[in-house]
Design a protein around this ligand. Structure first.
Ligand code: GLP
Length: 232
């Protein structure tokens, strides 16, 4: 779906998530961070405030978290979700899941996270943003598609893109825990949103390029229930 504006994109994305929640009040939603979903979250908050949607039975799993950043770090994805959505709707904290970036054993944390998604019955609808280099979650271009939740190294391009949120590039974590491409592809439905000049090339490759782990999002072409909403 090509939206005419970012406002229209935000509305369409929120309507799709709200539709999922109305159809199944105890939906398992996969959420994303980054600037792209901010407007969608603002729309969801508005729909909640006007009484259209209810988060009391919803369970969420976020895509990723930076290694080394605790829940209270202002750039952690835990903090982002609390600030931009969770503290503004009636979701139960115990129903929200984000990998821990400060677990003593990161590999065990990845396994635990993957199992928790399975125990919850899998993700009904996964929201995704798109990295400039085509990454989804923090699955960077690679020679293979990473299967499960794992510790991943961030590329220079991602570190550079995310430096705007930190005082300097040196402060951007170099690793993250991310759902794998396999984890993402298991979601029953996927909704990817992307817009802006710096995403144009990645959006084009996603829509009509070849499926390749060098362009991680391209695998979505093989998912039977994927919606892509984009704008200039
Ligand atoms: C980060 C996140 C991704 C996100 C991407 C794009 O690296 N891990 O999940 O999609 O950035 O971010 P933005 O929406 O700010 O462009």
């Amino acid at each position: 779906i090509k939206a005419k504006s970012v406002e229209e994109l935000n509305k369409k994305a929120a309507v799709m998530i709200a539709g999922q929640m109305l159809e199944k009040p105890d939906s398992v939603l996969g959420f994303a961070t980054g600037s792209s979903p901010l407007g969608t979250y603002a729309e969801l908050i508005r729909l909640y405030q006007e009484g259209t949607i209810d988060f009391s039975q919803v369970t969420t799993f976020n895509l990723d978290e930076y290694v080394g950043l605790g829940k209270d770090h202002s750039q952690s994805y835990h903090y982002f979700m609390k600030e931009n959505l969770f503290s503004k709707v009636n979701i139960k904290e115990e129903n929200t899941h984000i990998p821990s970036g400060v677990a003593a054993d990161a590999t065990a944390e990845c396994r635990r996270y993957e199992e928790a998604i399975g125990a919850a019955g899998g993700v009904d609808l996964q929201l995704l943003g798109l990295g400039r280099n085509g990454h989804i979650g923090f699955n960077e271009p690679d020679s293979i598609f990473g299967k499960e939740t794992s510790v991943v190294k961030l590329t220079e391009s991602t570190i550079e893109a995310n430096t705007r949120f930190f005082d300097s590039s040196a402060e951007v974590p170099k690793e993250a825990i991310s759902m794998g491409i396999g984890t993402i592809m298991k979601a029953r439905k996927i909704l990817l949103i992307a817009y802006g000049a710096d995403k144009k090339e990645a959006i084009e490759k996603l829509l009509s390029g070849e499926v390749s782990p060098q362009m991680p999002a391209s695998i979505l072409q093989l998912h039977p229930q994927t919606t892509i909403i984009y704008a200039d």
